[in-house]
Design a protein around this ligand. Structure first.
Ligand SMILES: [Zn+2]
Length: 198
């Protein structure tokens, strides 16, 4: 497939490890008469490592992108190139205030790029509730909201958490002009190398 098609990577949606109780591959454990599940973290790590090797063997990238917001086992994602995160706040972001919503210690132990060893792109959920309810289909209104003072303040709070922790942000649901200014800085810096502990 890699030889037949010109693509350089794979996006894995919901890239977390699965639960499994199949004793034939060492998963799960017995508790009384029940058999309970364990998570397939090592198997998932090995899967991503092997996918990476297949790309390398075929002279490709790779660009392996994972997205997961609710099953944060950092070791799971070591062999990806980047992890998209942040959607867990789609229902838990009162007043679009990330400083209130995220304790910085929590950020360090769950989501930071340094912890995962790969860059984390945090997907903003500013305006997510409103956009789901009414503005999703009205692009003009949606973009107008993303240029308000409210959006600017909310985006600044998010940046205050992300940028000092080497975390990037996605292009959606941020104050558009502030986001562009930061992207312009990144463009000025040119190609950067991310030094992970992978
Ligand atoms: Zn299994």
């Amino acid at each position: 497939m890699l030889k037949a098609y010109a693509f350089e990577g794979i996006y894995f949606d919901q890239a977390a490890a699965d639960k499994c109780m199949n004793a034939l591959h060492g998963c799960g454990f017995a508790q009384g008469t029940d058999r309970l599940t364990t998570q397939t973290i090592r198997a998932q790590r090995e899967f991503y490592r092997r996918v990476r090797q297949v790309f390398l063997d075929n002279g490709k990238g790779p660009a392996l992108i994972g997205h997961n917001s609710n099953m944060m086992v950092p070791a799971n994602y070591t062999h990806l190139d980047v992890l998209y995160n942040g959607e867990q706040f789609s229902e838990r972001l009162p007043n679009d205030d990330y400083i209130d919503a995220i304790d910085e210690d929590m950020l360090h132990v769950q989501w930071s790029s340094k912890l995962l060893g790969i860059p984390v792109v945090f997907l903003s959920e500013i305006f997510s509730r409103e956009s789901r309810e009414s503005h999703w289909s009205d692009e003009d209104l949606y973009f107008k909201h993303l240029r308000t003072d409210h959006a600017l303040k909310a985006t600044r709070k998010l940046m205050a958490l992300l940028l000092p922790n080497d975390m990037l942000f996605g292009g959606d649901r941020i104050h558009l002009d502030l986001g562009k200014r930061i992207w312009d800085i990144w463009d000025t810096l040119g190609d950067a190398t991310y030094y992970s502990h992978r």
